[in-house]
Design a protein around this ligand. Structure first.
Ligand SMILES: [Zn+2]
Length: 59
């Protein structure tokens, strides 16, 4: 039962109110102020993505 692929659960800080929000694969929705990030933000600004050698990043 534990062999299926879990989505990557990530956390970030709401850019609007600072609440810690949890998301899946870099997508977030703040329960406090209803902020949501754009889908294209996705993994781009996550430490896990930065640590991923396959992730193309300009810096
Ligand atoms: Zn918020």
């Amino acid at each position: 039962m534990s062999t299926y692929n879990l989505p990557e659960i990530t956390r970030t800080e709401c850019t609007r109110c600072g609440t810690e929000v949890r998301g899946i694969n870099g997508r977030y929705a703040c329960p406090n102020c209803e902020w949501v990030n754009h889908w294209s933000d996705g993994h781009n600004q996550l430490p896990s993505a930065e640590a991923d050698p396959d992730c193309p990043r300009p810096r």
